[in-house]
Write a protein that binds this ligand. Structure first.
Ligand code: HEC
Length: 102
């Protein structure tokens, strides 16, 4: 009885730590954040060109995308470094990488 309780703890503890580390933002949360923050310019959830370019299938590196979101682009895209946390930016990057045609 006692031993199995300890075993359960040993198994459960690393799993819950992993869950916390991996879980910054759910895909739904990232999609909602993208829609409300970026969707005005990046049309159809980033699947099509609008005022800003299509993001689905982008060949840009993670570093480029993160940097563009943080810094924006003078005259065309606002900077989001004060508006979004690093976790939110990573969530949006993950969202962009997983975009599929609808
Ligand atoms: C006011 C309109 C606007 C908003 C809001 C906006 N963008 Fe942009 N975005 C642009 C424009 C315009 C460009 C093209 C900039 C250029 O000329 O390189 C761009 C470029 C980008 C690029 C680089 C694409 C490439 O391949 O060069 C990424 C990534 C991006 N935006 C992501 C986002 C994300 C994520 C958000 C929300 C957090 C966002 N944008 C919000 C207008 C916008």
């Amino acid at each position: 009885m006692k031993i199995s309780a300890v075993a359960a703890l040993l198994i459960a503890a690393p799993l819950s730590i992993q869950t916390v580390a991996a879980k910054t933002m759910s895909d739904e949360e990232a999609a909602g954040l993208f829609a409300s923050t970026c969707g005005f310019c990046h049309a159809n959830g980033g699947r099509e060109q609008g005022k800003g370019p299509k993001l689905m299938g982008t060949k840009r590196s993670d570093a480029f995308i993160i940097n563009r979101i943080r810094q924006g682009k003078e005259g065309s895209m606002p900077s989001f470094k004060d508006a979004l946390s690093d976790g939110e930016i990573r969530g949006i990057l993950h969202y962009i990488r997983n975009l599929k045609p609808d």
